[in-house]
Design a protein. Structure first.
Length: 152
């Protein structure tokens, strides 16, 4: 039973093994998140927010299991955090390619730079640290993109 749980956690935390693609797994994960977002049927904001919350919770649990198995604080192949963070950014902006592209670039930048308080959240234990810094990056990217929408 434990082995099955670890395999399931690996599949979920790596977004069905996308995290094992070579070179920049976080960018692959964010790209996959954008593609799936665009494939979703039209839904109201409340349902989309619930989906993001579920992805976040699955991410905390599955990445905690992977961290405990691998004894590494933030394995690069765990990318469900990019998925959750990217979708948080996308929740806040118009669903148009130009704004999605801008949000994507900003999310990757904020995720890499770990702008305060993301750098602090990253130090939380287990899956909480893995997920929370990307939540902050997603909020920053969404707010910044929405500000550009309003000013342009």
């Amino acid at each position: 039973m434990r082995t099955a749980l670890v395999h399931l956690a690996d599949w979920l935390s790596t977004c069905f093994r996308i995290g094992y693609l070579p070179y920049a797994p976080g960018t692959w994960g964010s790209s996959a998140a954008v593609i799936v977002w665009r494939l979703l049927p039209d839904m109201e904001l409340f349902r989309l927010a619930l989906i993001v919350i579920v992805i976040f919770l699955i991410g905390v649990i599955s990445s905690t299991i992977v961290v405990e198995k691998e004894m590494e604080s933030d394995p690069s192949h765990v990318i469900i955090d990019e998925w959750a963070g990217m979708w948080i950014a996308l929740l806040m902006i118009p669903n148009e390619w130009v704004w999605i592209g801008i949000a994507f670039a900003l999310f990757r930048m904020f995720d890499i730079l770990k702008v305060y308080p993301a750098d602090r959240f990253e130090k939380l234990p287990g899956g909480w640290g893995i997920m929370m810094d990307d939540v902050v990056a997603g909020l920053y990217a969404g707010i910044t993109t929405q500000a550009l929408v309003l000013f342009l």
